[in-house]
Write a protein that binds this ligand. Structure first.
Ligand code: NAD
Ligand code: UDP
Length: 312
């Protein structure tokens, strides 16, 4: 029997890769999206598949469907987009979680929440294990996203404790790959697009802040393992990220080398509350999921650059 799987945010960057992989594994997949940051183009190649449906809907409104599993990804993810309408970002995180958890409860479906490394804020513990409670500004410009995702985690845990809903929480670290929106403002897409167009590479701050970048296929693999290969009494949260840590200057150098671009670096002010460092501790994912990333930064950047060459 094919599983019926709902993917909210299914027309987004990560969601489209997840839908593709779930369909390839023989499931029936419903992608729900309001097309705020995602678009039909990301899933147009799936529309001919009779086991795929694309549904225009906003997760802040209730939604009912027969489903066995839910992956809750609906949320803008890039700082530029989630700050564009901060109130809507909080609503999407909180009301979206309530609506999807209500659906999971009603249908006895298993539900996975796409949480984020942003729950650790600007961390004082490095690398970040799941046991770290984080260092988050509750009233800053990133709070709509960080606190929204933190409340969503709370709601997931409370539906699990109070209503026995089968939940999984994944904390996703910076992820990149084909189908990132060229203008979404995240660093990997920005640098690649700038390099391909021989425009200045925009380094925010002095470029010594670090991030750990994972290729999207590794993330999708980790999410599916968490959903399928762990017992119901293991709910997470689990970090899924690549522990390779790079400064933004190092990232810029790699992108320039791999594109052969002549772009110059230009230094712009560091946005407020921008975390100084970030790197996942993935011991738990290794132990519980038998998961670790397979694609290193250079390999992943080459695939991503090849994609952006076709769209910019
Ligand atoms: P994305 O912006 O490409 O995808 C998000 C999708 O959600 C888009 O298709 C958008 O239209 C949709 N969406 C937004 N608000 C919605 C709403 N109210 N109702 C229905 N759909 C809505 O971003 P992404 O990188 O694919 O991120 C997917 C998920 O993973 C997000 O929940 C994000 O917070 C999480 N995440 C991503 C990263 C990353 O580095 N990519 C890191 C941590 C967490
Ligand atoms: N950044 C940068 N230039 C850009 C875009 C981002 O130097 O054109 C920096 C940003 O200040 C941050 C890091 O790159 O320190 C990662 O930013 P991104 O928006 O990709 O993700 P997040 O801050 O949410 O990890």
């Amino acid at each position: 029997m094919r599983k019926k799987i709902l993917v909210t945010g299914g027309a987004g960057f990560v969601g489209s890769h997840l839908c593709e992989r779930l369909l390839n594994e023989g499931n029936e997949v419903y992608a729900l999206d309001n097309f705020f940051t995602g678009n039909k183009e990301n899933v147009v190649h799936l529309l001919d598949n009779p086991y795929f449906e694309l549904i225009r809907h906003d997760v802040t409104m209730p939604f009912y469907i027969e489903t066995d599993e839910i992956y809750n990804l609906a949320s803008p993810a890039s700082p530029v987009h989630y700050q564009h309408n901060a109130i809507k970002t909080v609503k999407t995180a909180v009301m979206g979680a309530i609506n999807m958890l209500g659906l999971a409860k009603r249908k006895n479906a298993k539900i996975l929440q796409a949480s984020t490394s942003e729950v650790y804020g600007d961390p004082h513990v490095h690398p970040q294990p799941e046991s770290y409670w984080g260092h988050v500004n509750p009233i800053g410009v990133r709070s709509c996203y960080d606190e929204g995702k933190r409340v969503a985690e709370t709601l997931f845990m409370d539906y699990h404790r109070q209503n026995n809903v089968r939940i999984k929480i994944v904390r996703i670290f910076n992820t990149y790959g084909p189908r990132m929106h060229p203008n979404d403002g995240r660093v990997v897409s920005n640098f690649i697009v700038q390099a391909l167009q021989n425009k200045d590479i925009t380094i925010y701050g002095d470029g010594t802040q670090t991030r750990s970048f994972q290729y999207v296929d590794d993330l999708v693999d980790g999410m599916i393992r968490l959903m399928n290969n762990t017992p119901d009494n293991f709910v997470g949260p689990v970090n899924i990220g690549n522990p390779g840590e790079f400064t933004m200057l190092e990232l810029a150098e790699k992108v320039l080398k791999l594109t052969g671009s002549k772009s110059k670096l230009s230094f712009l002010p560091l946005p407020s509350d921008d975390p100084l460092q970030r790197k996942p501790d993935i011991a738990l994912a290794k132990e519980k999921l038998g998961w670790e990333p397979k694609i290193n930064l250079e390999e992943g950047l080459i695939k991503t650059i090849n994609y952006f060459k076709t769209v910019v």
